[in-house]
Design a protein around this ligand. Structure first.
Ligand code: B12
Length: 211
């Protein structure tokens, strides 16, 4: 099994070459899906280190964006071990960052992990208003709709989007999962979502239980 403490450290240091080398050695060792999930968790913890450093001014936004790309690429490598490998077999998730918010690093991580677990993800992008979500739900008939948002104002955007889905008669056809730095249990209740998470891996598990 891989040294997860070391992996967390080198992801945190954005040492791409060492991360790739470690992941390649791991993949060559015929690991199990559970081992792969521990590896993803370690990568996420490394990413959190970069986020913390960013807030304290020790690193900059460019580094965080690079960390997001590194994590997405790592998940891509591990995908065959993480889920069914049959993208779409567990149904569709419509996903987007809500109106007024352009942050997408966390959304993209959730997308990679949901795809790895066998969902087809229809990603409608950033700064998407209620009408765009309604249209995507009408066209793709998802089992789950995911809203991402890190700004405080995203909470009201999410609420408006739920109202729009209700007005279109679609609310009861989907489960709604909210994620991003702004969400918490109170926000979830206020918005009228079904669940919330700040942890992409945990959120994918909840979606899996729904379907
Ligand atoms: C990177 C960043 C940016 C980048 C975004 C790049 C990009 N492509 O996303 C740039 C520079 C563009 C940016 C812009 C702005 N930003 Co900014 N940004 C950040 C920063 C440093 C990191 C956010 C991030 O990516 N975190 C890492 C990811 C992985 O975490 P995450 O999003 O929470 O995702 C995880 C989970 O939440 C979950 N998840 C995420 N989405 C989803 C969705 C679903 C469905 C599920 C299930 C799970 C899930 O999975 C992820 C992994 O587990 C934060 C500070 C911080 N440390 O959080 C500020 C921060 C979010 N930004 C902030 C602000 C104010 C802005 C600006 C308004 C600044 C300005 N004055 O212009 C603009 C916003 C413009 C807009 N309209 O959105 C504030 C928000 C304050 C607030 N409470 O509203 C913060 C908190 C900084 C601060 N302390 O003031 N920002």
């Amino acid at each position: 099994m891989i040294d997860t403490t070391k992996l967390r450290q080198i992801v945190g240091e954005l040492d791409e070459d060492s991360v790739n080398k470690m992941l390649d050695q791991f993949l060559a060792s015929n690991p199990s899906g559970d081992d792969a999930r521990k590896v993803v968790e370690a990568c996420q913890q490394g990413m959190e280190l970069v986020g913390t450093n960013c807030e304290s001014g020790e690193s900059f936004v460019g580094e965080l964006i690079f960390a997001g790309e590194l994590l997405t690429a790592s998940i891509e490598k591990l995908k065959p071990l993480l889920g069914s490998g049959d993208t779409g077999s567990r149904g569709v998730i419509v996903l987007g960052t809500v109106e007024g918010d352009i942050h997408d690093i966390g959304k993209n991580i959730f997308k990679g992990m949901a795809e790895a677990a066998g969902f087809k993800v229809v990603d409608i992008g950033i700064d998407q208003g209620p009408a765009a979500f309604v249209k995507a739900v009408q066209e793709n008939k998802p089992k789950v709709v995911g809203f991402s948002g890190v700004l405080t104002l995203s909470i009201d955007s999410m609420k408006r989007t739920v109202e729009a889905l209700k007005d279109a008669g679609l609310r009861e056809t989907v489960k709604i999962m909210i994620g991003g730095n702004a969400v918490n249990p109170e926000a979830c209740a206020y918005i009228g979502a079904d669940s919330w998470s700040k942890n992409a891996a945990e959120a994918v598990k909840i979606c899996g239980a729904w379907v």
